[in-house]
Design a protein around this ligand. Structure first.
Ligand code: C2E
Ligand code: MG
Ligand code: MG
Length: 359
């Protein structure tokens, strides 16, 4: 039964009364084990005939991958065995991997990926919006943030599903959905008579690597009928890794009026001088610096330097994750242009934003 779901290069041995050991050949990544585990688990989803009596079996899988979890056979086998016992102890019907000190339920990741795929097909994703403010209290714009409703977990955090979407290629339709939906929403608000505001949408570096990215964004703008100057795309410092290709696409979009902001600035390795060669008009200082702004003597001079340098390059600065008045006061002294954070606005569904936008 097990061999039906395995390849010729894989080996199965019965190593206990109710225990089997499977050696998978040429596993490219730890994630591949999750896929095989899922296929094996499916075998147990329908009853098997034991002496003409339909019987439901339950499996627990433990896995260890060479060389990620160890290099010696015996160690790998022991780790996989221990992981299998943890899977059993946690109720069975699952696969646990021995991942550098912490167990990870691989099926859970596969489950989330399936959920992302299904919700994408069913139109189940939502965008929430977080307002950004100028220092004088005026609304500067808002950031669109993806939300994925989940039947048992409420909403799933983007930090949970974006990396999976990137790994599976689903980031392309998902990212496109976010851009189209944000443009559509902006047009709906405009028709409802609210003041025009800029909308920022996050873009994964993988999206920018696709040759059809420019035409897809242009199409979203045309379809919705918004002014391209109202759309801001948030990129990350990682874009410098594929500088030439990405800068060409960004320039094409900038020519039609779209703006660019660099997100989470300070967490990567890109210098502002380097990024300045791209058509970037806004720098968003990462939340980790703002969090420590008032406590750490190291964070303050970094934020000050980022603001001064960005200004000297003609860029606007937004501080991310502003949570209290003390941080706001320091940012005011440092002449930061705009702020975004729970102090002034939490991400909200579009109906609530519409009320705040007013006429
Ligand atoms: P980000 O682009 O840096 O977005 C800001 C994140 O910080 C949001 O988390 C927001 O809810 C959170 N945040 C804002 N103000 C505060 C604050 O004062 N305190 C704290 N603790 N958090 C604050 P969220 O919505 O969970 O999104 C996480 C990340 O997921 C985003 O970080 C972005 O990188 C990614 N993401 C979200 N939507 C999209 C999307 O449509 N496409 C792509 N590629 N990535 C997205
Ligand atoms: Mg962002
Ligand atoms: Mg950010």
């Amino acid at each position: 039964m097990l061999t039906r779901r395995l390849r010729g290069m894989d080996t199965v041995a019965r190593t206990g009364t109710d225990e089997f050991t499977i050696v998978l050949g040429e596993v490219e990544s730890v994630g591949a084990v999750g896929i095989v585990a899922k296929a094996l688990m499916e075998l147990f989803s329908s009853p098997v005939d034991v002496e003409q009596c339909p019987t439901l079996l339950r499996a627990s899988i433990g896995g260890a991958v060479y060389p990620d979890h160890g290099e010696r056979e015996i160690q790998l086998w022991q780790d996989a065995d221990a992981a299998m016992h943890r899977a059993k102890r946690d109720g069975g019907g699952r696969c646990v991997l021995a991942v550098q000190g912490a167990d990870t339920d691989v099926l859970e990741n596969v489950g989330v990926e399936d959920h992302v795929r299904t919700m994408l097909q069913r139109g189940g994703f939502r965008l929430h919006y977080q307002l950004q403010y100028h220092m004088n209290g005026q609304i500067r714009g808002m950031e669109a943030l993806l939300r994925l409703p989940h039947p048992t977990l409420g909403y799933l955090s983007p930090d949970r599903f974006i990396p999976l979407a990137e790994a599976s290629g689903l980031i392309h339709p998902l990212g496109q959905f976010a851009i189209e939906q944000a443009c559509r929403q902006l047009m709906l608000w405009s028709k409802a008579g609210t003041r025009p505001v800029r909308i920022a949408v996050n873009v994964s570096p993988m999206q920018l690597m696709r040759s059809d990215f420019v035409s897809e964004v242009e199409e979203a703008i045309l379809k919705s009928g918004i002014d391209p100057a109202m759309l801001e795309l948030e990129i990350t410092e990682q874009v410098v890794l594929n500088f030439d290709e990405i800068s060409k696409r960004m320039t094409e979009l900038a020519v039609v009026g779209i703006r660019f902001a660099v997100d989470d600035f300070g967490t990567g390795y890109a210098s502002l001088q380097h990024l300045h060669r791209l058509p970037i008009s806004t720098v968003k200082v990462d939340r980790s610096f703002i969090q420590r702004l008032c406590e750490s003597s190291r964070s303050y001079p970094i934020v000050r330097a980022i603001i001064e340098l960005a200004h000297s390059l003609g860029m606007q600065v937004i501080a991310e994750g502003v949570e209290d008045e003390d941080q706001l006061q320091v940012l005011r002294e440092l002449k930061c242009d705009c702020i975004q954070g729970f102090l002034l606005s939490r991400p909200m569904p579009p109906e609530e934003i519409q009320v705040l936008l007013g006429n």
